[in-house]
Design a protein around this ligand. Structure first.
Ligand SMILES: C[S@@+](CC[C@H](N)C(=O)[O-])C[C@H]1O[C@@H](n2cnc3c(N)ncnc32)[C@H](O)[C@@H]1O
Length: 309
């Protein structure tokens, strides 16, 4: 999508679902859990049979989807081995793709997968049982309302496309700092708004809002603010790496798929009305529709942040 197509798609979005509906749409924890429960089979079929719910990080040319999905795991595995870490926790573990792979690759390390969505945890536990893994356990909870005293000390806390759902990212970072051992690390892979997005035109701001509603993101998060708050929390070193270009090709494929249903707005409207197309799936599609535009024009980016205590 380019700048001139943006307005057409925003108008079509409003025609299908109604401006008011979208403006009033919220992303409360119960809605986030329901979204992941309803979308799990969709992710399984369209994205990853192994249960990954994140973007593949691929080289600019070539590279398979499956290898791209394993990028995060391999990167985290290196950090664990290099630092001889023994206790690792994932916030927002989904159905366990990352933590189960890491547990398999590091039998001497104890892992905890933490997630809000009961349905995801049931699936994750089942997968860990099938693989006879004894070094991973799962806990249900909300990282926004957790206390740092709820957990034993950890060497690494990581989160892949999960903290974007936080209503108070600063507090999650502060509590993670409290949970970590000295020389422990917090590793985050996630999307953030860039400085440019603050002075964007009205259509772009609307696209950013619809994108956030699509992925059930309660409030905007900006890279610069996140880095500042991580430093202010007391982490000794904070490193950032930009992977925006490495996720773009997959995101554009998602956009192309969503554009098909926007070819027939009246039909789509009827499918939603008669609940043939679940509203969550349509809403999810908005993230696919507007995400690549925001990345391509540098209003948002996808980054790895490594904060060391
Ligand atoms: C995009 S999925 C990513 C799952 C997994 N990290 C992966 O890479 O496959 C985001 C996950 O974060 C979880 N989540 C969202 N908000 C949460 C919260 N406040 N506390 C704990 N988990 C949360 C969701 O239930 C979902 O499983």
């Amino acid at each position: 999508m380019n700048q001139s197509e943006l307005k057409t798609y925003l108008d079509k979005t409003d025609a299908i679902i109604g401006k008011d509906w979208l403006q009033n749409a919220t992303s409360e924890p119960s809605e986030i859990a329901s979204y992941y429960t309803k979308l799990r089979k969709f992710y399984h079929k369209m994205h990853s049979e192994e249960g990954a719910m994140h973007f593949p990080i691929k080289p600019l040319e070539g590279g398979s989807h499956a290898e791209g999905l394993m990028f995060h795991v391999n990167d985290l595995d290196n950090i664990i081995k290099k630092n001889n870490y023994k206790r690792v926790m994932e916030f927002g573990c989904g159905v366990g793709f990352n933590i189960i792979n890491l547990a398999r690759m590091n039998p001497e390390v104890e892992f905890i997968g933490y997630d809000l969505t009961l349905n995801n945890l049931i699936k994750a536990k089942q997968k860990a049982r099938e693989r006879r893994l004894e070094n991973v356990l799962f806990r249900k909870g909300n990282f926004d309302t957790m206390q740092s005293s709820d957990f034993k000390k950890q060497d690494m806390i990581f989160a892949i496309e999960a903290l974007c759902h936080s209503k108070d990212l600063d507090a999650v970072i502060r509590k993670s700092h409290e949970i970590l051992n000295p020389n422990g690390r917090m590793v985050i892979f996630d999307g953030y708004g860039t400085q440019k997005s603050r002075s964007a035109d009205d259509n772009t701001l609307k696209a950013a809002d619809y994108f956030s509603k699509g992925f059930f993101l309660p409030n905007p998060q900006y890279l610069d603010e996140t880095l500042s708050s991580t430093r202010a929390t007391g982490f000794e070193s904070v490193l950032v790496k930009d992977y925006t270009q490495n996720i773009l090709s997959n995101f554009v494929r998602f956009e192309d798929g969503v554009k098909l249903i926007f070819r027939f707005p009246r039909l789509t409207r009827l499918l939603i009305k008669f609940r043939i197309l679940p509203i969550e799936v349509f809403r999810h599609g908005l993230a696919g529709l507007y995400g690549p535009f925001l990345l391509k024009y540098e209003y948002a980016g996808y980054f790895k942040i490594v904060a060391t205590k």
